[in-house]
Design a protein around this ligand. Structure first.
Ligand SMILES: Nc1ncnc2c1ncn2[C@@H]1O[C@H](COP(=O)(O)OP(=O)(O)OP(=O)(O)O)[C@@H](O)[C@H]1O
Length: 555
């Protein structure tokens, strides 16, 4: 299955770069022709030398000049082909990484919850680099070397078939050796790719949890954990390097034995009178030309084992199913914040049911307060509305439209989500508030910030709206982040506001004044409010409790 996927993908890439590939192969053909003409001219030159044994004539000079020119042409062709091939490799790397990035964007949320961030990062860095380096190496080494091998065999066959047949016997022998060595290499390369990903995942997890590590004095045990991974990596790499280093000399040894055979056989043939001195010179040089590609083909074969591991991971990733698709679904025009859950049940993969036949109706511009014990499924319910997950059964309707029939973007743009763990991007406060809005006006941004209570503290920051928030918003307090997150949601002018524990990060005063401060919001939008604060029931038109997955009406 993976092999056919690899071929299918390889063909797709080839089609997209058809012209560049054809140009490079043409350059390589010319280069091979020039390489192979050297022994041919050497033969011709020695023939002149034997025929005109009275010093250097004009003919000699002409042939020498021609030969010199050929070296120049060869160098130029090498430059052109190497440059173009490397360019194809670099383009391939850029393209594959953007495709991978695009694919990351459409994967379902659950993928990111179940997988390590480092795994994805390692695909974007290590795996792609291995593949694009290999693609360039294949073109630079495989194509010209095979061409040289075939060309040299044909030309040798032309001069003396028996010697060409003799040397060809060495080729299968060499490939048997390659096969045996590479058999040991495959599991090592696979393990290496995975261990690389694991160590990157470990590093990224460590950096993300650095405050936890410091708070619990775990610095040294974390270092030991990483060192253990690094030594595992080193062990695998040294095994791989040993086998890889073994390949080239082994093949060179067999190839050199081949040259010896050519030399001896050529002498015997010359002594028999079957071939002339120029033929003997050409044959020996062809023998030399023949061995060079075998060495680089051997190391290329070693690289393929690494690529197999990397491409397997990438292809599996590319074939992960994206979010239930939306592009073919209707762009629903959601005009009101009317929300209806009809017999909605949901369970995470291999987990017990979190929501059981949930039913409720929230008319437009009303507020619903949802409370219940930790882990009761409140956030899950909001995520179903956002289509981060799909219900296992039942329907969710917005403005009377079944959201399963609408495009994700139309559903999500009708909803403003302020989640429990506020996520901010690295940039300025203004960048974060206007995230997701096309051509935002600064007046509207200020209005949204005033409504969310963010404007007050932003004015007091050294650079106001241009203050940097740091990665994930680390330079701001939890409450400040929550207010910015609310401003960001309001700027989108949604129909429905989802507030997950909006008062959890607020100070006592702000919490007490929350109802008054945000009373305007509750009359402008449909609001689903998750909170453990029972006093918020005053602002709610409906209060529900989630208990053991069931929704119980409180008023
Ligand atoms: N991505 C996930 N994969 C598997 N199980 C999950 C996932 N997210 C949450 N859960 C589980 O689903 C249940 C409901 O979680 P949820 O976050 O919806 O609870 P909650 O009511 O919002 O809790 P809290 O009040 O603590 O915020 C929990 O038992 C939790 O362990």
């Amino acid at each position: 299955m993976l092999n056919s996927l690899r071929v299918e993908y390889g063909l797709k890439v080839f089609k997209e770069h058809q012209l560049a590939f054809i140009f490079v192969v043409f350059l390589m053909l010319c280069e091979t022709a020039v390489s192979l003409s050297v022994p041919f001219f050497a033969g011709k030159y020695s023939a002149y030398f034997i025929a005109e044994n009275h010093g250097i004539s004009n003919n000699h000079t002409l042939i020498l000049l021609l030969w010199f020119a050929l070296f120049g042409v060869h160098a130029l062709l090498r430059f052109l082909s190497t440059y173009n091939v490397s360019l194809i490799g670099a383009r391939l790397m850029a393209e594959l990484s953007s495709r991978l990035y695009d694919h990351i964007q459409v994967l379902p949320m659950q993928y990111f919850k179940e997988n390590k961030r480092g795994d994805v990062l390692s695909m974007l860095s290590n795996d792609l680099a291995v593949i694009s380096f290999f693609a360039s190496s294949v073109l630079t080494n495989l194509v010209p070397n095979v061409l040289v091998l075939v060309g040299a065999s044909i030309l040798m066959f032309n001069i003396e078939p028996s010697i060409a047949i003799l040397i060809c016997i060495f080729v299968p022998l060499i490939f048997i050796v390659l096969k045996i060595v590479s058999r040991g290499m495959q599991p090592i390369s696979r393990a290496l790719v995975q261990t690389q990903a694991d160590s990157l995942a470990l590093a990224s997890e460590n950096i993300g949890a650095i405050s936890l590590i410091k708070a619990f004095n775990k610095e040294s045990s974390e270092s030991i954990r990483f060192k253990r991974k690094t030594s595992e990596l080193l062990e695998l790499r040294s095994q791989q390097l040993k086998l890889q280093a073994l390949l080239s000399p082994l093949v060179q040894f067999l190839a050199s034995t081949g040259i010896l055979v050519v030399v001896v056989a050529s002498f015997i043939r010359f002594q028999n009178g079957s071939i002339s001195i120029p033929d003997m010179v050409s044959l020996m040089l062809y023998g030399l030309v023949f061995t060079r590609p075998l060495g680089s083909l051997a190391s290329l074969y070693g690289q393929t084992q690494q690529v197999i591991g990397a491409s397997e991971r990438l292809l599996k990733f590319y074939h992960l199913e994206s979010e239930p698709n939306h592009s073919h679904k209707i762009d629903a025009k959601i005009q009101s914040g009317d929300v209806r859950f009809e017999n909605v049940s949901f369970s995470y993969r291999n987990r017990a049911e979190v929501l059981k036949e949930v039913n409720f109706h929230l008319p437009d511009k009303q507020t619903l307060l949802l409370y219940g014990e930790n882990g009761g499924g409140k956030t899950t319910l909001l995520h179903l509305l956002m289509r981060f997950n799909e219900p296992t059964s039942g329907r969710i309707l917005l403005d009377g439209i079944d959201i399963a029939q609408a495009s994700n973007s139309s559903v999500r743009s009708a909803i403003g989500l302020v989640s429990q763990d506020v996520l901010l991007c690295n940039g300025t406060i203004a960048d974060n508030i206007t995230y997701g809005v096309v051509n935002p006006s600064s007046e509207k941004m200020r209005e949204a910030c005033k409504a969310s209570g963010a404007d007050r503290f932003i004015q007091h920051l050294p650079h106001g709206y241009n203050t940097q928030v740091g990665e994930g918003g680390v330079l701001l307090s939890g409450g400040q982040k929550q207010r910015i997150s609310l401003a960001r949601a309001l700027l989108l002018e949604p129909k429905i506001l989802l507030l997950d524990e909006p008062t959890s990060m607020l100070d006592d005063f702000s919490r007490q004044s929350f109802k008054e401060e945000f009373s305007g919001l509750f009359s402008r939008y449909s609001v689903i409010l998750i909170s453990h604060d029972p006093t918020l029931s005053d602002v709610a038109d409906k209060v529900y409790k989630l208990e053991l997955g069931r929704l119980i009406a409180e008023n």
